[in-house]
Design a protein around this ligand. Structure first.
Ligand code: ZN
Length: 163
């Protein structure tokens, strides 16, 4: 596995629609492994393939309960509402306030290309929405309610979590 370079806002690849994954290949397996390694290296809670320059419908997420890999994900149900801070590895040093559903149900394929349905609440629901938005070229910055703010780092070195 290898750490890949993260594309940043202004790179037009982040604005494009990603393609459906039709079959699992060695190349795609390697991509998924690299995406996980890159996400953990940057202390992110999620990463979408276009963020490493690949226009495929793949996201990885880990909100602290272990890795989740979603291929061709779609949101099939939402409920409730949450308003909170959101960041993105492609928008370094910034955060914004975004309102998302509080519960989200997702249909996707797993790494074995088997259909799965997952339900998330709170941070996981937010991560599902944020990462799946990336697959259609959307960034949270367009949903931030009062613009973007600069991340200020505390003396103890704790970093904000970014997706
Ligand atoms: Zn992001």
């Amino acid at each position: 596995m290898a750490i890949r370079q993260i594309r940043e806002i202004g790179d037009e690849i982040l604005t494009k629609q990603c393609k459906e994954v039709k079959k699992m290949s060695l190349r795609t397996r390697i991509l998924i492994g690299d995406m996980l390694e890159t996400m953990y290296d940057r202390s992110g809670v999620g990463l979408a393939a276009p963020q490493v320059g690949i226009l495929k419908q793949i996201v990885v997420i880990d909100v602290g309960d272990g890795p989740i890999v979603l291929i061709n994900p779609e949101i099939i149900e939402t409920s409730g509402e949450q308003t909170g801070e959101e960041g993105c590895l492609s928008v370094p040093g910034k955060w914004g306030i975004v309102t998302r559903p509080n519960r989200v149900k997702v249909r996707a394929l797993n790494q074995e290309m088997e259909p799965v349905e997952l339900e998330g609440e709170g941070l996981l629901a937010r991560a599902f929405c944020h990462e799946i938005d990336h697959l259609s070229g959307q960034l949270y910055v367009d949903k931030a309610e009062d613009g973007l703010h600069d991340v200020t780092y505390e003396d103890d070195g704790d970093e904000e979590t970014e997706e």
